[in-house]
Ligand binder design. Structure first.
Ligand code: CO
Length: 152
């Protein structure tokens, strides 16, 4: 495993649409392991492949209950709304208030190509939506309803 360099706001890569993963190989496994290590190193709760410069539909999330990996995810259901603060490892030192679904149901594959369906609520749902947006070049700042300073 290795920590990868995080792409920062202003780089065009963050605005590109990621492509589907077509082979569940060692390269994908290394990418996911590296993404997890990078996320933990920088105290993030999620990281998308585009944030380490790889335009593939992959993201990882850990809100404190262990690593969740999502490859080629499809959002199946979104319901309710929640409003809360969000930040992004690609946008240092900033936070903003974003409205997200309260609950989501998502289908995806793990690194071995095994399909799963997961239901997430509250903060977990927020993290999943944030990362899933990255795969289409969408950042939380596009959806902000109120800007805040992260503080000194
Ligand atoms: Co982000």
């Amino acid at each position: 495993m290795a920590t990868r360099k995080i792409v920062k706001l202003g780089d065009d890569i963050l605005r590109k649409k990621c492509r589907e993963v077509d082979s569940f190989d060692d390269k994908l496994a290394s990418l996911i392991s590296d993404m997890a290590e990078t996320m933990y190193r920088y105290d993030g709760v999620g990281l998308a492949a585009s944030q380490v410069g790889i335009l593939r539909r992959v993201f990882v999330v850990d809100i404190g209950d262990g690593l969740h990996e999502f490859v080629n995810p499809t959002m199946l259901e979104e319901c309710g709304t929640q409003i809360g603060p969000e930040g992004c490892l690609s946008i240092s030192g900033q936070q903003g208030t974003v409205c997200r679904p309260k609950k989501v149901k998502i289908k995806a594959f793990d690194r071995y190509g095994k399909e799963f369906t997961l239901t997430a609520e509250d903060y977990f749902a927020r993290a999943i939506c944030h990362e899933n947006d990255h795969l289409d070049g969408v950042l939380y700042i596009d959806k902000i309803s109120q800007e805040e300073d992260a503080g000194e």
